[in-house]
Every structure is written in structure tokens, then in C-alpha cells.
Design a binder for this molecule. Structure first.
Ligand code: UDP
Length: 251
């Protein structure tokens, strides 16, 4: 049921494979300028932010795997991805996280008045995130906002709304792999649009979940801070040691 995504004709920077999932070795600035270029091209461009959990999931979920293989851009979100690349003798320049790329794209969109659609998170959260971003960067051209909890009838309205809104950047925060599947299944007919799956980024940008202190981010310990804030994530986070073990074994 999943339509093949439009693969960018833009010449991409080096693409490596981490446990058979493609990762683009790209900086934040390069990612932002490539995404802006994609909004001027035909087709729908899916951007994914990859971490250890997503890679492990893709290894068990052929649909997610297929989507990532045909994504226009897969940015290195998690510290585990940088670690795995280094072990393979590759260099990923920096982490390009969902929260940071959302901020950068909003900043860019403000100066260029690019229309944005925000989908996902609990009611009011994306709205709060947009207000906070607006306070930082100035007036945002908002094409639409909707929370991420909807039934089928509402879903159809959302899809029509996104299609008719003229949005060029669509941020989808429904969690992995729902957001990637949703984008490729429901938005594939869009033209000149970039849709990016950003997980829990609206929760962070709304101020509901604090970001890890800088020293923890620098020392690749952001995952530990997330665990401290939400101990119930422990089950999901077991993907990190499993990922590391699989990378070591595969060498
Ligand atoms: N979410 C949603 N609809 C759903 C399930 C989840 O809008 O049906 C939202 C949820 O409120 C949260 C985000 O999706 O804002 C998932 O956050 P999480 O930190 O789990 O993302 P991930 O770790 O998958 O990137």
C-alpha cells in the first residue's frame, strides 16, 4: 500500500549504511539548504531523523526499511549513529537532531516566508511550540496545525487540509515508525513538499520536556537524560545496547 517516495535528484553528500539503513553524512547547515532546495523540486520528499532505535526497528520492519531506503534525506540524529559510523571508519560530521533541525527550518522559513504545516503531539502542544518559535524568530507563515490524535474521518480532513494549504514544509510528530508510514502513505501525491518526521520534538519545543544540559549533549549522553526524565522509556531504550552489540558483531 505504500507508494514509492520521490528520491531527490539533488546530488547528496556521502551516504553510508548503518546496519543496512542509509545515513547521510551531512551537517545541519547542509541539511537545511538541501531541504529548502527540495521544496523547489517536484514530488514529495521525506526526511527522517535516524537514531539507534529507528535503525533497530527498520531491521525488523520491512515497510520502515523500504521507506528509509527511498527517503530523500536521513539525517544522523542519535549519538549511537555517530559512534557506529566511527567504528566503520566513516565520519559523520555532527548530530542533526529533530529538535534542532525543526528550529533551524523554522528560522529559515521565517526569513523566506515558507508556509509550514505542523501535525502531531497532544492537543495544544504543537500550537505552544509554534508560539515559542515565533517568539524567537518572528512571524511564521503557518499553513495549518493539528494534533496527532485523530479518527479516520478527521484524518481525511487533515490530509485534504495539508494538500490544499500550500504548505512547503510539513512537520509530522507521531512517533517512529507511524510518522514515516503516514507521510509515505498519505502525502505521496504532494508536489514540491518536504515532510519530516520529528518524533517528540514538539513536546520539547513547547517546553513540556526539557532538553538535556549541553555538557550531556556534547558527551553523547542525551539518551541518559531522556531516561532520567521518563524512566518508562527503559524498554524502548534497550534498543541502544542491542544496536551497539549488533554493530560490534557485524564488524
Ligand atoms: N503521538 C501522536 N499521535 C499518536 C502517537 C504519538 O501525536 O498517535 C505523538 C506523541 O504525543 C509525541 C510523539 O508523537 O509527541 C512521539 O514522541 P516520542 O518521543 O515517542 O518520539 P520518538 O522517540 O519516536 O521520536
Amino acid at each position: 500500500p505504500y507508494t514509492t517516495l520521490f528520491r531527490s535528484s539533488i546530488i547528496l553528500s556521502k551516504r553510508i549504511s548503518v546496519l543496512s539503513v542509509p545515513i547521510d553524512c551531512i551537517t545541519m547547515d547542509e541539511a537545511v539548504s538541501k531541504i529548502i532546495e527540495m521544496t523547489k523540486q517536484s514530488g514529495l520528499h521525506l526526511v527522517a531523523t535516524a537514531n539507534a532505535e529507528m535503525v533497530m526497528l527498520a531491521n525488523q520492519d520491512p515497510v520502515l526499511h523500504g521507506i528509509l531506503n527511498s527517503a530523500s534525506l536521513v539525517v544522523p540524529d542519535g549519538a549511537g549513529i555517530l559512534w557506529a559510523a566511527e567504528r566503520m571508519g566513516e565520519r559523520v560530521p555532527e548530530r542533526v537532531t529533530g529538535v534542532d533541525i525543526t528550529k533551524e527550518l523554522f528560522k529559515h522559513a521565517v526569513s523566506n516566508q515558507i508556509p509550514i504545516y505542523c501535525l502531531g503531539a497532544a492537543p495544544g502542544v504543537a500550537q505552544q511550540a509554534v508560539s515559542n518559535l515565533q517568539a524567537m524568530y518572528g512571524t511564521i507563515n503557518i499553513a495549518g496545525i493539528h494534533d496527532g490524535f485523530f479518527d479516520e474521518a478527521e484524518e481525511q480532513r487533515i490530509i485534504n487540509d495539508i494538500k490544499s494549504s500550500g504548505a512547503k514544509l510539513v512537520f509530522v510528530a507521531l512517533g517512529v515508525p507511524k510518522q514515516e508510514q503516514w507521510i509515505s502513505e498519505k502525502l505521496s501525491s504532494l508536489q514540491g513538499v518536504v515532510a519530516i518526521g520529528i518524533g517528540g520534538s514538539f513536546d520539547v519545543l513547547a517546553g513540556n520536556i526539557p532538553r538535556a544540559p549541553h555538557w550531556m549533549q556534547r558527551n553523547r549522553l542525551e539518551w541518559l537524560y531522556r531516561l532520567y526524565l521518563e524512566p518508562k522509556r527503559i524498554g524502548r531504550m534497550l534498543a541502544i545496547p542491542k544496536f551497539m552489540w549488533t554493530v560490534i558483531k557485524n564488524k
